[in-house]
Design a protein around this ligand. Sequence first.
Ligand SMILES: [Zn+2]
Ligand SMILES: [Zn+2]
Length: 662
Amino acid sequence: MGIAIQLPDGNVLEYEQPVSAGKVAEDISPGLARAAVAAVVDGTAVDLATAMGEGTHRLQILTARDDASLEILRHTTAHVMAMAVRRLYGPKVQYSIGPALVDDFQYGFYYDFDLPEPISSEDLPKIQAEMAKIVAEDLPLTRVELSVEEARTRFADLGQDYKIEMIDDLVANEGVDTVSLYEQGDFTDLCRGPHLPSTRKVGKAFKLLSVAGAYWRGDESRKMLTRVYGVAFFDKKDLAAHLERIEQARKRDHRVLGKQLGLFMISDDVGPGLPLWLPKGTIIRMELEGWLRAELLKRGYQAVITPHIGKIDLYRTSGHYPYYEHGLFPTMETGQDAGYLLKPMNCPHHIQIYKVEQRSYRDLPVRLSEFGTVYRFEQSGELSGLIRVRGFTQDDAHIFCTPEQLAAEIESCVDLTCYVLQTLELTDYRVRIGLRDPDSEKYIGSAENWDLAEDNIRGVVRKLGMDYTEEPGEAAFYGPKIDFVVTDCIGREWQLGTIQVDYNLPERFGLEYVGADNAVHRPVMVHRAPLGSPERFIGILIEHFGGAFPVWLSPVQVAVLPVSEKTAEYAEKVADAARQAGLRVELDSGADKIGARIRRWTMQKVPALFVVGAREAEAGTVAVRVRGRGEAGAFPLAEAVAALVREAATRGTKKAFPVEEG
Ligand SMILES: [Zn+2]
Ligand SMILES: [Zn+2]
């Protein structure tokens, strides 16, 4: 017998005695040993110190270059932070959980503490400095296996009640009789690992970011703990780039910009998650919806309007009730009918409209569209500005077609969605196909129908040559779907437009059409929403554009600013000319200096400012300042107005005042 270690390159190393991954790394090369952070043995991530015994093992040494290493680095950094907090705030500090995060846009790890005194973000530099000391001390991280009893005693001695509770849970839920601990210096944590071999390997590219409250176990009836967030990388350049991205996101936060630009509000008196559109935000929304309505008419859709509520039995037939029950506002009892629901979806209403008359194959496809507002009772903790709300509109439509027409209809929905995204300057997107999870019970309809629908969708996406991924379990409960996942200008992904194929609701509602053969057939339905929801979409657009909307969507398209009172009259003439041409204009003859007024309207992210002084008044021109670029020069009034009108009408394809950046 012996030990055979298979390396990723196919080489096999033989050993007589149990050997650690770290020793194998040394035997391969000193460089690899220095770069090693952890290892994967037979598919499981482990510490470098983990010994491999008798038999054959597959071994991969992880270095900073491997994606899996980042989580290990961040988790180790969380341990270092907990140790630092304990050193600074004393042995009364209790530490509960401290996971690494790898998919979060902002944070890379956190730790929840029960502290003897409150801390704030002002304390973070001090903690960070202590962490740097611990890193410099080069303390090895050692794994120890203890019996449950020994571990309980150990954490009792350390005054760590949360750890004891976690051990009890491990015993209750997983039936363990031993647990693993990690030690570095005098700090001990309950942990599965793996970890970096020493604190020095954490390096210098970490930063603590914020302090927040978090209930123990996320349970509002338990104690509120202090959560400290941070992030860590192997490379300082990566950290700097990450901090820059966070800063960009902070500046673009749609809740902040929404307030600053007067776009929307959430009123406690109306209710959380129920946005109110202010006049300027309403302009953006009306422009967006008006454009889409016109486009839909061109593409053969018919507009309909349906009520915000419906009888509960309607949703029983559709399957939305009870499927969606937990996400719904409570039922309205009227005493006469079985009760009403605020509609969670528009589909059952549109289905009634389809059924209003006998349909022939000659009528199909029937495409019914509506900006229909729906209501879902999201948890209050989940609500966020316009992105997660309780009442929102869908740019919804339902297409009823023959099975033969289906592929062409899906294709045209894909085309519409691409057109919408590109017009809105969201050009970086990918396609995700949501399939059913074969093991789940939540889907309605037959397996044959599902196979058919999934094949239809795949077929179209392949035919169009689009890159796509398939994700089982991501389908709607009535059918598979195509989602467009958009990357915004700072690299965040958002799920936007969706197209869903549905053989099931037509069956549940007994939909029919008379075919060319004079027999009765069942149509197929397509549900689709290129924006998804205007509320959420505009929230994302605010962040994508950083509030600087293209001219056609800008609530104020031009601000006219007289240099002094002397040109106030001419300024009025300028504003009037712009208004008559259909532009949205603000005239600011305020008492403050021209510089202050320029700043004010620049802060409001108005795309163009027309500044008029004596020279302009005399020449019949305007001095144009373009958002983000500065002075563009003087233009004859009519020309400047026409250029802006043209930019709005072409939705940015033709720029009004092309000037050099700078
Ligand atoms: Zn840990
Ligand atoms: Zn629908």
